[in-house]
Design a protein. Sequence first.
Length: 149
Amino acid sequence: MIRYQFVTGTGFTSKAVAWFGGGVFSHVDAVLSDGSLLGARLDGGVSVRPPYYDHWSRRVVFSLPTTAQQDEQWRNFLVDQLGKPYDKTAIWGFATGRDWREDDSWFCSELAAAALEMAGGCPVLYTPANKITPSGLATVLSALGAVTG
C-alpha cells in the first residue's frame, strides 16, 4: 500500500505555498510502513523524519492499494533518493519551467509524484513540467481511488 501524508502548516510560507499551488496543501511526505515520513524539505533535503515532526493546520493521509511489487519499487525509489538536496530552484521553476522529473534534487511533490510513477502506481502524469504541486498530486490520488483516513 502506497501512503502519502498531505499537510498545510500553520505559518505564512506554508499557506503561501498552498495558495500559489492552487490548492489547500503545502507539503507531502511518503508514509513508510513504520509510520516515519520520507520527503523533501528545505530544512534537510530528502530525509526520513518522525511522525508528527511538525504542527499542521490540515493533515490528510491518502492510501492507494498496490501490489507487493509496486510497493517495493515505490519504497526502493524513495530510499535511493535519501540525501539528495531540496530543489531550491523549484520556487522559480513554477515560473521558469524546470522539469520536475530531473532527479538531482527534489521538492516534496516532485519526489512523491516520481516515486508513484516509478512504481506504476499511476500512469505517466501529463502535467506541465513545472506544475506538480501537493494539491495537484492529491487530486491525482483521489482520481486513482486512493482513500483518506
